[in-house]
Design a protein around this ligand. Structure first.
Ligand code: M6R
Length: 608
């Protein structure tokens, strides 16, 4: 949730930290803070507000030095105030700490520390860590950090510097992501890879309970009991440029526009004309045939992808599927029998609830497969097999290209399993692959011309409420369209199965209520959707149709419409979602909001 960046080397640290912070700000942006060590003292500047509003000339003369830490905050404990921004320090500002996570036993620890005479100046759980380290510090900073974290319960990614050891950063991790960037004569810590990519593509992922000690020349790694350990260095294939806006006004628009390439990258290497190849599934034919049930666990937009995956897997591969909110799954006592696959879906691979749900399933003996975008993230490291989406870095808080790439992987998985299980004849495999190949260009055609969607956004930019209705495989798209509008434009929107409208939401319909129907032409629910549109028209509601190209019958029944290309029923969601992403984006911009950093949200939700 919060963003962490640290640097030790021979260059001035401030520009590196500021750049890193702006890459990480999507993780949290209610306040920021920076600490450097210079001439035997720790200097700290921090404030509420966004990184882009930092008065750089004003802080430049105050934050000199070649070692430092920086943080962008998403508040958990303590209000959004300057005092609660990180770094937090011990009483004489000899130790500075930045933290992402939640210290669950902070109240007890604070009590104990106060009884020992330590004075607190913030409401944060993080300040406890600074005092704990001070309390254990006997000249060895790493030992003091180890001693402190052995007392902590909860989640943390920590960066620590100390005035007395001006050439060292100590980093530690438990349940919150932290990577170490290995440079040449310089080293980095960061919550996420894009923050260090400009400087190095060699990273080490810290695991739970591990500690890193960084100096300009080397990084050493330690387990919680203080023993030095070897860690694998990973080479990242994304480059820094991919994590920049590249001329787009916002990441969200850039990422919507990148869906063609994201899907191509995700599917191209995984299929021939008559076969889907998923060696990374690591399952034998016999094991595939033995699958009895799939439980999909995910949150937010990834959960919506899961709902569509349910349609795909049940209809084509004939496997029973349940889709669960990860946060609910983990706190019941789910039945996980032999032959159950748990499929986790996550862009970041760090969502705390999804990670915990997968662990719970694993504990119960399930095989855990995940669909993840971020290489090396926590979920990937705890899964039995990973099917990566190759969408590239997704920076905008609203998930767009990751969603369509997740759907593409779910589709590939479905065809793959369907074929092995003998329920999908070769000709159908070929047809399904052919349909998928057409999709990236079809998406691009919608992104190339946004005139209509911009016009619609201008017309509805002041709207405070909207209903999104869909049926069948497009019902999750109604949910996703509504979520996109809510999160970036702050308008209230509800997604509903269209037929359920008459069981309640119909009471909301009047001549001011826009109702977005996902009404693409198919053989199953099309006629029913037309009836639902009539019900809204009869009550004076404003009908906005997401319609198939060439479908004039439905156009005549709508007040406004946006056209999507024709595809097979099962792939329609990948097309129908695009105008809804664009609509949400343009409405947010018209309303004057920054769609990349919606208020109260964070890109990776690494706390429960
Ligand atoms: O990284 P994940 O896919 O696990 O994230 C799950 C949700 O937090 C995420 O999809 C969230 O709902 C997005 N902001 C939606 O646009």
């Amino acid at each position: 949730m919060c963003g962490i960046i640290g640097y030790v080397g021979s260059r001035e640290t401030l520009p590196i930290l500021l750049k890193g912070l702006s890459c990480l700000e999507y993780r949290g942006y209610d306040s920021w803070g920076i600490a450097t060590i210079h001439k035997g003292a720790i200097a700290i500047e921090k404030d509420i507000g966004k990184v882009k509003d930092i008065d750089v000339p004003a802080i430049s003369s105050l934050l000199k030095g070649t070692i430092g830490l920086a943080h962008s905050r998403w508040a958990t404990h303590g209000k959004v105030t300057r005092e609660n921004a990180h770094p937090q320090t011990d009483a004489d500002a000899g130790i500075a700490v930045i933290h992402n996570g939640i210290i669950e036993n902070y109240a007890e620890l604070k009590n104990e520390l106060e009884n020992k005479g330590y004075l607190f100046s913030s409401e944060t759980d993080t300040e406890v860590v600074a005092h704990l380290i001070r309390d254990s510090y006997k000249g060895n900073l790493r030992e003091a950090v180890l001693c402190a974290i052995r007392q902590i319960e909860g989640s943390y990614a920590l960066g620590v510097i100390c005035r007395d050891v001006p050439d060292r950063i100590i980093a530690a991790r438990n349940e919150s992501p932290l990577v170490v960037g290995i440079g040449n004569g310089e080293q980095f810590i960061a919550s996420d890879v894009p923050a260090v990519l400009e400087h190095t593509n060699r990273v080490v992922y810290l695991e739970n309970g591990e500690v890193a000690e960084l100096s300009a020349e080397r990084v050493s790694f330690f387990s919680l009991d203080g023993k030095e350990i070897e860690k694998e260095v990973h080479t990242i294939t994304w480059n820094a440029e991919q994590a920049q806006k590249q001329g787009y006004p916002h990441f969200m628009l850039k990422e919507i526009a990148e869906q063609q390439i994201a899907i191509e990258q995700t599917i191209n290497e995984r299929m021939t004309d008559d076969e889907v190849l998923l060696p990374e599934l690591l399952m034998s034919e016999a094991e595939v045939k033995d699958i009895k049930r799939v439980i999909i666990v995910a949150c937010g937009t990834s959960w919506h992808a899961g709902l569509i995956g349910e349609f795909m897997l049940e209809e084509i591969a004939k496997i029973p599927v349940e889709v669960e909110y990860a946060s609910e799954f983990r706190y019941r006592d789910p039945i996980v029998e032999k032959g159950t696959i748990i499929l986790g879906i996550s862009q970041s691979g760090e969502t705390a609830d999804t990670l915990a749900a997968l662990r719970e399933a694993k504990r119960k003996g399930a095989r855990v497969i995940s669909i993840v975008n971020v290489q090396g993230s926590s979920i990937t490291r705890e899964s039995d097999a990973v099917l990566y989406t190759h969408a590239g870095p997704e920076i905008g808080v609203a998930s767009t290209k990751a969603f369509s790439s997740q759907l593409a992987v779910l589709y590939l998985l479905t065809v793959f399993l369907g074929k092995i299980r003998g329920v999908l004849p070769l000709q159908q495999v070929k047809n399904r692959i052919r349909d998928l190949r057409l999709l990236p260009l079809q998406i691009q055609s919608m992104v190339d011309d946004t005139t209509e969607v911009e016009r619609l956004a201008a017309r509805f930019s002041a709207t405070q409420h909207a209903l999104y209705l869909g049926r069948g495989i497009n019902y999750p798209i109604a949910l996703e369209g509504a979520l996109k509008l809510k999160e970036v434009s702050y308008a209230h929107a509800e997604g509903y199965p269209a037929a359920e409208m008459k069981h309640g939401p119909i009471a909301l319909i009047d001549k001011k209520m826009p109702v977005v129907f996902i009404a693409t032409k198919d053989d199953r629910t099309y006629k029913k959707i037309i009836s639902n549109i009539e019900e809204v028209r009869a009550r004076g509601g404003i009908v906005i149709g997401i319609v198939s190209k060439g479908d004039n019958e439905i156009v005549a029944k709508t007040d406004y419409h946006l056209i999507v290309p024709k595809s097979s029923y099962i792939l329609t969601p990948l097309l129908a979602v695009v105008p809804l992403q664009l609509l949400a984006y343009f409405i947010a911009v018209k309303r004057g909001f920054d769609p990349d950093k919606p208020k109260n949200l964070a890109k990776s939700v690494t706390v429960e």
